[in-house]
Design a protein around this ligand. Structure first.
Ligand code: NAP
Ligand code: GDD
Length: 329
C-alpha cells in the first residue's frame, strides 16, 4: 500500500482527501496538532481507517520525526491558517503557519526523504487585485491580505525547492471550493446555514459584508481529486484548478434563499463589521492546463453546489444536530 501524509486532515479538504486516498488503496497518515478538545468532526466516520500522528507546522522536529518514522511516498500540505480576515488580526502567526510552515516541511523532506512527492495548497487569493481575467498559471500575483502574501511565499518556496533540489514538488492554485464541511465562517456556509435557520424559524436575519465580491466557487471533493492527479504525473508542475464561472456573494444569496422560496432581500443586512481592509473583487480561473494534462474537470455546477449545501444544513438542523455558533465571520 502506498503511504500518504496529509497535514490539515481535520480541515475541509483534508477530510475529503483522506477519504479519496483510502478509496484508492492508500495507507493514510493524518497529522494533527494537540488541542484541549478533539475536533475530529469531519473525519470521525473513518477515523479508525487512518493513522493520526501528532505534529505541528510550527515545530520542525515533529515534521522530521513523522517523515523518519513513516516514510510516506506522498505528502499533501493542506494545513494553514486559512481564514482571510484572521490574517489581519494575526498576521505574524499566519506567516508562521501558512508561509514558513511550507519551508519547514519542504526542508524536512529534503533532509529525510527527498524522493517523497509534495503537494502545496496554493490559492487563488494570491491573484488578489487581478492583473488578468481569467487568471491562469502565468498571471502575476498581487495579494491583498496577509494570508495571500503568505500563500505567495508558500508557492514560490515550493517552486524554489523543485528547482534547487529537484524535489517532486507541485503547487495547486485552487480557487474557492466549498461543501457542507466548509467552516461556518466562510461566506458560502455562513449563507446556507442562515438560510436553513431562517427557513426553520430559528433566525430572522443574516449580516454580511461585501455583497459585490465575485468568486469562482467549486465543489471540494472535485478539487481533492486534482491534488492527487498532480502527484501522479511524470513531471512536477503547477496547476490552476477552477470552474471558469464567477458569481457574486449577492448571487449566492439569491440562489440559496430562492431555493427555499425566500426573498434574500428581506433577510440580508449589510454590516461594516464584515468588510475587509482590502478586498479581492473578482476571481475567475482558467483551468485549461489541468484539463489538458490531468484530464481534470469540475463535476458540480454553481446551482447544484448551493443546493447541496442548503440541503445539508436543513437536514443537520432538522436532525437537531448541534451546529456551533461562530463569532469570526
Ligand atoms: P481548513 O478547513 O481551515 O483546514 C485547515 C487545516 O489546517 C486544519 O486541519 C487545521 O487544524 C490545520 N492547521 C492549521 N494550523 C496548523 C498548524 N500550525 N499545524 C498543523 N495543522 C494546522 O482549510 P481548507 O479549506 O481545508 O483548506 C486546505 C488548504 O487549502 C489550506 O492551506 C487553505 O489555505 C488552502 N486553500 C483552500 C481553498 C478553499 O477554498 N477551501 C482554496 C485555496 C487554497 P485544526 O483542525 O487543528 O485547526
Ligand atoms: N467570510 C465572509 N463573511 N465573507 C464575506 C462576508 C461575511 O460575512 N460578507 C461578504 N463576504 C465576502 C468576502 O469579503 C469575500 O470577498 C468573499 O465573501 C469570500 O469570502 P470567504 O468565503 O471568507 O473566502 P475567501 O475568498 O476570502 O477565502 C477562501 O478562498 C481562498 C481561495 O480564493 C479561503 O478558503 C481561503 O483559504 C482560500 O485560499
Amino acid at each position: 500500500m502506498p503511504k500518504a501524509l496529509i497535514t490539515g486532515i481535520t480541515g475541509q479538504d483534508g477530510s475529503y482527501l483522506a477519504e479519496f486516498l483510502l478509496a484508492q488503496g492508500y495507507d493514510v497518515l493524518g497529522m494533527v496538532r494537540r488541542s484541549s478538545t478533539v475536533n475530529f468532526d469531519r473525519i470521525r466516520h473513518y477515523q479508525d481507517q487512518v493513522t493520526l500522528v501528532q505534529g505541528d507546522l510550527l515545530d520542525q522536529v515533529s515534521l522530521i520525526n513523522i517523515l523518519e518514522e513513516h516514510r510516506p511516498v506522498e505528502v499533501y500540505n493542506l494545513a494553514a491558517q486559512s481564514f482571510v480576515p484572521t490574517s489581519w488580526q494575526q498576521p505574524v502567526l499566519t506567516g508562521e503557519f501558512t508561509a514558513l510552515g511550507v519551508t519547514r516541511l519542504l526542508d524536512a523532506i529534503r533532509l529525510v526523504s527527498p524522493t517523497t512527492r509534495f503537494y502545496q495548497a496554493s490559492s487563488s487569493e494570491m491573484f488578489g487585485k487581478v492583473q488578468e481575467v481569467p487568471q491562469r498559471e502565468s498571471t502575476p500575483f498581487y495579494p491583498r491580505s496577509p494570508y495571500g502574501v503568505a500563500k505567495v511565499y508558500g508557492h514560490w518556496i515550493t517552486v524554489n525547492y523543485r528547482e534547487s533540489y529537484d524535489l517532486f514538488a507541485c503547487s495547486g492554485i485552487l480557487f474557492n471550493h466549498e461543501s457542507s464541511r466548509r467552516g461556518l465562517e466562510f461566506v458560502t456556509h455562513k449563507i446556507t446555514n442562515a438560510v436553513a435557520r431562517i427557513k426553520l424559524g430559528l433566525e430572522h436575519e443574516l449580516r454580511l459584508g461585501n455583497l459585490d465580491a465575485r468568486r469562482d466557487w467549486g465543489y471540494a471533493p472535485d478539487y481533492v481529486r486534482a491534488m492527487w492527479l498532480m502527484l501522479q504525473q511524470d513531471q512536477p508542475d503547477d496547476y490552476v484548478i477552477a470552474t471558469g464561472e464567477t458569481h457574486s456573494v449577492q448571487e449566492f444569496c439569491q440562489e440559496a434563499f430562492g431555493y427555499v422560496d425566500l426573498d434574500w432581500q428581506e433577510f440580508v443586512v449589510q454590516d461594516p463589521r464584515f468588510m475587509r481592509p482590502a478586498e479581492v473583487d473578482l476571481l475567475v480561473g482558467d483551468a485549461s492546463k489541468a484539463a489538458k494534462h490531468l484530464g481534470w474537470e469540475p463535476s458540480v455546477t454553481f446551482r447544484d453546489l448551493v443546493r447541496i449545501m442548503v440541503d445539508a444544513d436543513l437536514e443537520a438542523l432538522q436532525r437537531n444536530q448541534h451546529v456551533p455558533r461562530i463569532f469570526l465571520g
